[in-house]
Ligand binder design. Structure first.
Ligand SMILES: NC(=O)c1ccc[n+]([C@@H]2O[C@H](COP(=O)([O-])OP(=O)(O)OC[C@H]3O[C@@H](n4cnc5c(N)ncnc54)[C@H](O)[C@@H]3O)[C@@H](O)[C@H]2O)c1
Length: 388
């Protein structure tokens, strides 16, 4: 059994942002340090050593100080030239990603990055090829796969609970305030196409890996989208034109004929238990999963409603579902995936959530936009590293 501590230097860029700070720095990297590092099965411990990278020295140094971290810089080049930095992590705004990842790969760093990996499929494939040619390891955030609700849903799928899966319905969304009479709760760049915004580019990468991994590979897409709120107000209270789609309605066909219809909207009000919910219907059972919970209904417990608009509902349908238990300690999804990636890095374990998987997400977003523009269903071709 090996012993000792393997320190992994990680240049973390975009950690003043919503995702970079809360999920990646606080809930993942600092949480791993608080638990004493990541224990590997071979007896070694991985110790992540962050170097915070940002554009604003005042903000980034204050952030480092707040968490007792000594290393920070405003120069990405300096961080990438540091031989003690093994990994480059990116949670910047989407358009800043390709240039930064390219630089990091060229500097020989391993890559861990937020999605979408790029704004176009061509660039996303370019990154995956570059990373493979450089022989570095690469990972892309696919956090929803590690959410308790989806882990339980996947458990049901793997158990054969559903029989033949027929369809999937997903609802994601909430009202994002316009920014005038109440400040918006998402960054303004999300609503400007020219700055990497748009709900299709934001959410379809998630839908791709959720469908591919939990149910079956996506084979086609038909999407319809809207810019429902054309004027919004930014972080400084300035009015701006919202040029990006803020609601998207899509139908995906999956391998085996399963139909998945997923709505994504920042212009809807929540009448659900969670901000995202997926329902799978199968011949032998159905289930509904949110971020944390999952409820199931077996064919043997299925009620037999009779359509009669003349009387009030005779049954409490929502009460007829059974809670799927955790049966395990389910940690923060972002942290779980960071730990998988670090173990892959140090101990060479298998890892599938790479820049090719990231490119498949961008592919679905790009084809989704094309489908909407052209008003037709589009096939999703297989995508992966070219085989020799
Ligand atoms: N995995 C998920 O569930 C999830 C959720 C939300 C966002 N994201 C992704 O994470 C990335 C960051 O999103 P966010 O919501 O944290 O955004 P944010 O606006 O809160 O943060 C953006 C970060 O990028 C930095 N930045 C670098 N260059 C910039 C520039 N030119 N203009 C503005 N900021 C710049 C900012 O300083 C900040 O640290 C996006 O690519 C987004 O797609 C992923």
């Amino acid at each position: 059994m090996a012993h000792g501590r393997e320190t992994v230097g990680i240049a973390m860029n975009g950690v003043t942002g919503r995702m970079g700070y809360r999920q990646h720095l606080l809930r993942s990297i600092l949480a791993v340090r608080e638990q004493g590092g990541l224990a590997l099965p071979d007896g070694r411990t991985v110790w992540p050593e962050p170097v915070l990278v940002g554009r604003d020295a005042e903000k980034i140094s204050a952030l480092a100080a707040r968490h007792g971290l000594e290393r920070w810089t405003t120069s990405l080049d300096e961080a990438l030239a540091d031989p003690s930095v093994a990994v480059y992590f990116d949670a910047q705004v989407t358009p800043a990603r390709v240039p930064a990842l390219t630089k990091a790969i060229e500097a020989g760093k391993h890559i861990y990055t937020e999605k979408p990996t790029a704004e176009t499929l061509e660039e996303a494939i370019g990154l995956a090829r570059l990373a493979d040619a450089a022989g570095i390891k690469h990972g892309v955030v696919q956090d929803k796969l590690f959410l308790p609700g989806l882990l339980k849903l996947k458990r049901l799928v793997d158990s054969g609970f559903f029989g033949r899966i027929l369809s999937v319905r997903g609802e994601f969304g909430y009202w994002v305030f316009e920014g005038d009479w109440q400040p918006a709760q998402r960054p303004s760049w999300n609503y400007r196409a020219e700055d990497g915004g748009g709900i299709i580019l934001d959410m379809f990468p998630h839908w791709r890996y959720v469908l591919d991994h939990v149910i079956a590979p996506v084979r086609s897409v038909y999407a319809e989208a809207r810019t429902d709120i054309p004027t919004r107000w930014d972080e400084q209270g300035r009015e701006y034109r919202a040029t990006a789609d803020d609601a998207a309605y899509a139908i995906f066909e999956l391998e085996g004929g399963v139909v998945a219809s997923l709505n994504s909207s920042w212009t809807t009000r929540v009448n659900r238990e969670e901000l995202v919910e997926f329902q799978i219907d199968g011949t032998h059972g159905s289930a509904v999963a949110g971020l944390r919970t999952c409820k199931a209904q077996h064919r043997t417990a299925t009620p037999k409603p009779v359509w009669n608009p003349d009387i009030p509902a005779t049954e409490d349908f929502l009460a007829q579902w059974q809670e799927v238990p955790d049966n395990a300690v389910l940690d923060n999804g972002f942290k779980v995936q960071w730990e998988m990636f670090l173990a892959h890095l140090v101990a060479d374990g298998p890892y599938h959530h790479d820049l090719w998987a990231g490119a498949r997400g961008v592919q679905l977003a790009e084809l989704g936009v094309q489908s909407w523009r052209e008003g037709r269903k589009i096939a999703v071709p297989e995508l992966g590293p070219a085989r020799a």
